[in-house]
Structures are given as structure tokens and as C-alpha cells.
Design a protein around this ligand. Structure first.
Ligand SMILES: *Cc1c(COP(=O)(O)O)cnc(C)c1O
Length: 401
């Protein structure tokens, strides 16, 4: 931990200079401190520049950073200082934001799956904005957070996303309208509609589905006397992995076009919940080569790292996210490899279908950096993903003595 907090010292510099000027501060930190691996090093300057880039591109959108992407207190604190709002999922994430100085009014409780007592606690702490997508959750909000503003998440097609959400969240637009009308009857403030188009969404036009669905809910609610005011564009903006991604401007153009088509001059208030976009490119994950071996079946070279599926690289499941790699031997000739993690689990293989080449000279003890690894790595590994505490272990001894 002390190593990581030291990053604050080496990254305290003006934004926008990460790529252009001077030595990469993350690389410098790694060279100077040679921290024990695996570890994640986050450049707060990149966090700042991403936030400002989005702020400039969508000046009227309230940016709610999705805390689960990277809940490092330094990252949250930096965003508080920039005036960001926050999308949280649990009491743990609310406490974290408040501890870093966030105004409770800037916190959106965006998880549609929550316990009544957690809603009540959030409300006591001053949180006034809640997502919902079911009658049961809506009733709990009305009971435990009287008068709060609510928005309803609609289920949208996640085609084009590298890490889609499936069907866990969101309801049909017709149900959303019914819930929001009901919200008003329950004394809540029916505020708007949200969607998540799937994380690492590579198709800027994907937002059209969500914005069109929001338009339908707006129309239904207006007819029923419960007019809405807000569209929450969710997450989905990408980080830079091995695949090319569209530019931020391309996303914003597509979003603006869809808003114009759906709402015209009645532009709604906007929220956007970037997670990966803010934190992804800010982080470098340094790992060490444990072993390089030729597969017994002659099927090629395997490189085993000290980072794997279970200590930070959860998003390599299905090879969904393919990180860019960097090694100290990048000038040497390369050859194809299978890349695997360090555990005794047969599924702890990072890439075997995705074609990776690494230097043929790579050997045990060398470092390998995974670039743009600032989102959904440390948060998935040990700190308690999404603010839910790490699983405790209790031991009992049933033997009578
Ligand atoms: C995880 C999450 C986000 C962030 O998604 P990214 O694709 O990382 O930007 C935004 N909103 C909600 C509700 C989420 O659960």
C-alpha cells in the first residue's frame, strides 16, 4: 500500500501531458521503486484528463464516475476535487465517496439490487437519487427513502460490447413507465431513465437504442401525468486495449444525433456514468514472469505470469479484454505464446485463442506490464469489488474434546 500511495507524489502534474511530454510517470515510478509484483500503478493525471475530456465533450452532462471501475481513494478524491458526481452500488462505495469529501447530493445509488436497510442508510447519509427496475425495489425506496428522486433502468441490447451485462438489470420501456408513474403515486420524484449499453462498447451507435427507449418512456410518462426530466447514458465508453476504439468525439456525435432525433428542442438533463473510460488508461499493471516453458505436447511456448484470472484479471474470462503488453525485451524478436496465470486452476489461462507474441528471450524474473489496466482489475481482486467487503473466513472446530 505504501508503494501505491507514493504514486500521488510522482503523478502530481498538470493534466494532458501523460502521453506528450516527458517520461511516463508510471514507468518512472516502476523503474525507481521496483515495487513487488503484481501491482497496479495509476496515474492520476490521466484520470484528470479523461474527466476533463468528457466534461468538454458533453458540457451539460452530470458525470457520475462508476466507482467500481477503480475505487482507490486517491482516484475518488481526485474526482471529488474535479467536481465529479458518483455512481455507487453499495454502502461501502457510499462510505468511500463520503470519506473522500463527496457531497451526498452528488451520489447516485445506481444499483437496482439493494437491501431496504441499505437504502435507508444511504438516505440517512443524504443520498437522494436511486435507480430502480422493479416494483419490489421501488416500494423499498418509497418506504426507506421517502421523497427521493428515482430513475428507471431499461434493458437494452448490448451488441458491440466486449463485456455485456446480460439480462440482470433493466426492464422493458413499458414497465419502466409504469414503475415511474407508480413512483409518483408513492410520493417519490420520477426523475428519468437509465440504461447501460454494455461495457467497452465499440459501436458509438449503440447509444441510440437506449436513447430511443428513454424517449418512449418519456412519452408514456408524460401522457400519464408523470413527466420525466433526465436521461442517464450509463457507462460503456472504452479504454485502449489491443483493439482499435472509436474516438470520444465519435461517441458524442452519435449520442447527440440520437438525442436530437428523440428529444429535439426538449433536450433532457443528462447523466453519464463512465468507469472504464476514466480509470482504464490511467493504470499499468506490473507483473513478473514466473516461468516460461515449452508445452509438453509441442503446442508452443507458455508464459506464466504472477497475475491471473483470480488476482486481478477477471476480465480475461472468455478473453473478453485483451490488454496491451510491454516488456523490457520488446526490441528482441518475438514468437507466439499462450499466457497464463500463476494458480493451480486450469481456467487460470489468460490468452490462448487471442494471438499474442512475446520476445523469445523472455524468461523467469522479467517484468511484463499490462497497459490500460486501471479499470476492473484491482477492484475485482481483493479490496471488495463494488464496495461489498471481501469474503471473510471463519473456522470452527466441531470436534468434542
Ligand atoms: C459498471 C457500471 C458503469 C460503468 O461502466 P463502464 O462501462 O465501465 O463505463 C456505469 N453504470 C452502472 C450502473 C454500472 O453498473
Amino acid at each position: 500500500m505504501t508503494d501505491l500511495s507514493a504514486t500521488t507524489g510522482v503523478t502530481d502534474r498538470p493534466s494532458g501531458t501523460t502521453r506528450s511530454a516527458g517520461p511516463d510517470p508510471v514507468r518512472r515510478f516502476l523503474d525507481e521503486h521496483a515495487p513487488q509484483t503484481p501491482c497496479l500503478v495509476v496515474d492520476l493525471a490521466t484520470v484528470r484528463s479523461r474527466y476533463r475530456q468528457l466534461r468538454a465533450a458533453l458540457p451539460d452532462a452530470r458525470i457520475c464516475y462508476a466507482v467500481k471501475a477503480n475505487p482507490a481513494p486517491e482516484v475518488v478524491g481526485e474526482l471529488v476535487a474535479l467536481g465529479s458526481a458518483f455512481d455507487v452500488a453499495s454502502p461501502g462505495e457510499i462510505d468511500l465517496c463520503l470519506a473522500e469529501g463527496a457531497d451526498p447530493a452528488s451520489i447516485s445509488y445506481g444499483n437496482t439490487i439493494k437491501k431496504p436497510r441499505d437504502i435507508a442508510r444511504a438516505h440517512e447519509q443524504g443520498v437522494r437519487l436511486f435507480a430502480t427496475d422493479s416494483a419490489a425495489d421501488l416500494a423499498a425506496i418509497a418506504e426507506c427513502a421517502p421523497g427521493a428522486a428515482v430513475f428507471c433502468r431499461v434493458l437494452v441490447d448490448n451488441e458491440g460490447s466486449r463485456t455485456p451485462f446480460g439480462r440482470k438489470f433493466g426492464c422493458a420501456p413499458e414497465s419502466a413507465a409504469q414503475l415511474l408513474v407508480r413512483a409518483r403515486e408513492l410520493g417519490l420524484d420520477p426523475y428519468g431513465v437509465s440504461f447501460h449499453i454494455g461495457s467497452q462498447q465499440l459501436d458509438p451507435n449503440a447509444w441510440e437504442h437506449g436513447i430511443a427507449a428513454a424517449g418512449r418512456v418519456f412519452a408514456d410518462c408524460a401522457r400519464a401525468g408523470a413527466p420525466l426530466r433526465m436521461v442517464d447514458l450509463g457507462g460503456g465508453l472504452p479504454a485502449a486495449y489491443t483493439e482499435d476504439t472509436p474516438r470520444t468525439e465519435d461517441y458524442v456525435l452519435a449520442i447527440e444525433r440520437a438525442l436530437q432525433r428523440e428529444f429535439g428542442a426538449d433536450r433532457p438533463e443528462l447523466l453519464i456514468e463512465p468507469g472504464r473510460y476514466i480509470a482504464g488508461d490511467a493504470g499499468v499493471l506490473r507483473s513478473e514472469v514466473v516461468l516460461v516453458s515449452e508445452a509438453g505436447d509441442g503446442a508452443g511456448r507458455w508464459v506464466y505470469l504472477d497475475i491471473g484470472r483470480y488476482n486481478g484479471l477477471a476480465e480475461t474470462e472468455g478473453e473478453a479484454i485483451a490488454y496491451r503488453l510491454r516488456t523490457a525485451r520488446d526490441d528482441d524478436p518475438t514468437g507466439p505464446v499462450v499466457i497464463a496465470g500463476p494458480t493451480c486452476d486450469g481456467d487460470d489461462v489468460l490468452y490462448q485463442r487471442t494471438r499474442y507474441e512475446l520476445p523469445v528471450t523472455l524468461r523467469s524474473g522479467d517484468w511484463v506490464d499490462l497497459l490500460s489496466a486501471g479499470a476492473y482489475t484491482a477492484s475485482y481482486s481483493s479490496v471488495g469489488f463494488n464496495g461489498f467487503t471481501p469474503l471473510p473466513t471463519y473456522c470452527v472446530d466441531g470436534e468434542q474434546r
